[in-house]
Design a protein. Structure first.
Length: 148
């Protein structure tokens, strides 16, 4: 190996080492929060109400599907009706749940900002560490709906 090649290799190794070191320092500066998203969703003040709306909508879609399937001439047509009603129900459910997801996202961001947390992860995905903000997020949601 020539002297010039060795110098280039040393510079490359040193650059790689500095890059990895600086990335570690930047990561160490982040404060990680964790939360249980399922618990937050189930504790949302409007969750039970939305679940009732979803149940009523599902029953309506099932009745519509049953009535249409009874009138269908063949199995292919019946399958198409079933799939269409299932897709309609899924889209309607998403539409009903969207305001809850938006509320939860805003509550997470508010709590994280207040606590100086820069990253929030699902509690189930973290083996160790992190500041648990689940209860804080739930309280933020309850406080929002108590004033409405």
């Amino acid at each position: 190996m020539t002297r010039g090649t060795r110098s280039i290799m040393m510079v490359a190794v040193l650059s790689l080492f500095l890059t990895v070191s600086l990335a570690g320092v930047a990561l160490a500066a982040d404060t990680i929060g964790v939360l249980d998203p399922q618990k937050v969703l189930f504790q949302h003040p409007k969750f039970q109400e939305v679940q009732k709306q979803i149940k009523a909508m599902m029953e309506k879609k099932q009745a519509e599907a049953k009535a249409a399937i009874e009138k269908a001439a063949n199995d292919k047509e019946k399958q198409k009706i079933f799939n269409t009603k299932r897709q309609e129900a899924a889209m309607e459910e998403q539409k009903l749940m969207q305001p809850l997801f938006k509320d939860i996202d805003l509550a997470i961001r508010t709590v994280a900002k207040t606590k100086g947390i820069t990253i929030v992860l699902d509690k189930a995905q973290v083996f160790f560490g992190g500041v648990d903000i689940t209860e804080d997020v739930i309280q933020n949601l309850k406080k929002k709906y108590a004033t409405q």
